[in-house]
Design a binder for this molecule. Structure first.
Ligand code: VG1
Ligand code: CO
Length: 539
């Protein structure tokens, strides 16, 4: 039954910010996924006695890839797989299962917030025993192995039935099919005050949760409607679909438009939220009110004492460098350390493992804590519901009070998409080159105080990572430039802009950041390089 299949390398299997992410058309090429998985197995080495968690977000090719994975795992001598029923697991649920079962790691088949389907994207996230995605030191080795691969091992058997909960065997390998939701729900019940949130809903509180036809639907239905008693119909788009029903499961003001329109209408519910494809991102909305992810992290940090699991204190906080400084002002006032790391959740893992931080977040709609080693969309939604239940305030009241106390970081991200890769690289190297000469220069009302690449030295493993270029201005304004590491074709330039205001809280963010946006366009010569006069996506 064991088959050894000769193969030749693909040269494009380098992992990005979060695993391997490619067009479905690329991933479905012969031996593509097999090569990549075998390269991971080869990198790990001896797999005997190893157990892994396996699942995916239900997108196109999830079912095919997971069958290949199972047959290859058995052929490579893996001891046991724990698999979400029907091949489904959210990224946070997988991280929880890795830690709880002390497995050797896990695999989530997902391209996260990228669109799915035949013409969309597919991806693989590989996590180690830490519960977090493989650090660069490991993903670099995997990449080297993808370049040298000559064969892969697979069991020549028919597909495994993933629909029934229970244990079965493939050769010597044990396969345990589990309900993907149960243990995740238990974990959430141990963190938050479910009875307070239940009372909130019993008192008539309303919410709309958009699962975007992605993996969180079953989790959200169970938690919000069945357990917490949110009115039936509060959770929408809860069937994970291979093409996400045509939706782009990226929870932001642009792609979660249906939800945003409802939340800004006159009969908006009290609370709105959405998650992304694999359930690690979140968007928080109130009635006619949007909370930026950077502010959400700051509000969460400020209110940790309201949450049962954190009420005795937190170690510290961290943000990706591009995320606004709002959370650091809270940390400072509470005498907590605030770290800035490169973009990508894997950079938080060492800080959590070494008990330097409890909460962390990214501007890209990612928020989480050391309960697991991935960002966690539903966790963030429950955190807000718990704050609301404990304070009796609305989303807007909570955020406004926060701004009055700490100032408001007006913050936006501008994405320039579909740029030729060489041109994007030239734009960045040109900008990097001229950074030193910018220091001290004044552009309209803003004077540059610092301009340098962002370099992170990990305090735990001493690795050093360079990610993005940062320009600081004298009054705390900040512009960060970096290239995306999750795209599946061409390059995306991300420009992150922040401006702090202690007095005006209701300005239009796009307008108040316009001056700085123009400076970013000018300094980086974006139009000259890309031909674009504005960004493609503003969030
Ligand atoms: C983006 C975000 C980053 C996030 C990553 C993975 O990366 O900016 O903050 O960690 O996606 O998110 P990039 O390199 O394209 O900017 V997920 O939801 O795919 O795990
Ligand atoms: Co995601």
């Amino acid at each position: 039954m064991l088959k050894i299949v000769p193969t030749t390398p693909y040269t494009d299997q380098k992992m990005g910010t979060a695993g391997l992410r490619r067009k479905s058309k690329v991933v479905t090429q012969p031996n593509y996924i097999e090569n990549f998985l075998q390269s991971i197995f080869n990198t790990i080495g001896d797999l005997s006695g190893h157990t892994y968690i396996v699942g995916g977000d239900g997108r196109f090719y999830n079912d095919v890839a997971i069958q290949k994975f199972i047959k290859m795992a058995a052929a490579n001598g893996i001891h046991k797989l724990i698999i979400g029923q029907n091949g489904l697991l959210s990224t946070p649920a997988s991280s929880n299962l890795i830690l709880k079962n002390k497995t050797d790691g896990g695999f989530v088949f997902s391209a996260s917030h990228n669109p799915g389907g035949k013409n969309g994207d597919f991806g693989v996230k590989y996590a180690t025993a830490s519960g977090g995605q493989a650090p660069s030191s490991i993903s670099d080795k995997i990449y080297q192995n993808t370049l040298n691969i000559t064969e892969y091992k697979i069991m020549d058997v028919s597909d495994i039935d993933l629909s029934k909960i229970g244990t079965q065997k493939l050769g010597n390998m044990i396969i345990e099919i589990i309900d993907p939701v149960t243990e995740y729900v238990e974990m959430m019940q141990n963190i938050f005050d479910f009875s307070a949130i239940k009372k909130l809903f019993a008192g008539g509180f309303t919410m709309r949760y958009d699962a975007m036809n992605a993996v969180t639907g079953p989790y959200a239905l169970r938690i919000f409607e069945e357990i917490l008693g949110a009115p039936k119909g509060s959770v929408v788009n809860y069937h994970p679909l291979p093409d996400f029903g045509g939706l782009h499961p990226d929870p932001n003001l642009v792609y979660a438009k249906d939800l945003v329109d409802i939340m800004y209408s006159d009969n908006a519910p009290d609370f709105g939220a959405a998650n992304d494809g694999d359930g690690d991102r979140n968007m928080i909305l109130g009635k006619k009110f949007f909370v930026t992810p950077s502010d959400s992290l700051a509000v969460i940090t400020d209110n940790y004492a309201l949450i049962p699991a954190y009420k005795n204190g937190i170690y510290g906080v961290a943000k990706s460098a591009a995320t606004s400084t709002a959370v650091c002002r809270v940390a400072q006032s509470k005498n907590l350390p605030c770290y800035a790391v490169p973009t990508g959740w894997k950079y938080f893992v060492n800080l959590m493992d070494s008990k330097r931080i409890t909460f962390c977040g990214e501007e890209s709609f990612g928020t989480g804590s050391s309960h697991i080693r991935e960002k966690d969309g539903i966790w963030a939604v429950l955190f807000w519901l718990n704050i609301i239940a404990a304070t009796g305030q609305s989303v807007e009241e909570i955020t406004l009070e926060h701004w009055k106390k700490y100032g408001r970081s007006y913050y936006m991200r501008f994405d320039f998409e579909g740029i030729n890769t060489d041109i994007a690289d030239k734009l960045m190297s040109n900008l990097e080159h001229k950074l030193p000469s910018l220091i001290g220069q004044t552009f309209s009302e803003y004077t540059i105080s610092q301009a340098a690449p962002f370099v992170y030295n990990d305090p735990v493993d001493n690795s050093s990572t360079k990610n993005g270029l940062v320009i600081d201005f004298t009054k705390g304004e900040k512009i960060t430039f970096r290239l995306s590491g999750t795209g599946s074709s061409g390059a995306t330039l991300r420009v992150y802009i922040e401006r702090l205001d202690y007095h005006n809280f209701y300005d239009n963010p796009q307008q108040t950041l316009k001056g700085l946006f123009d400076i970013a366009m000018e300094i980086a010569e974006i139009t000259k390089y890309t031909g674009k006069i504005e960004a493609d996506v503003n969030t």
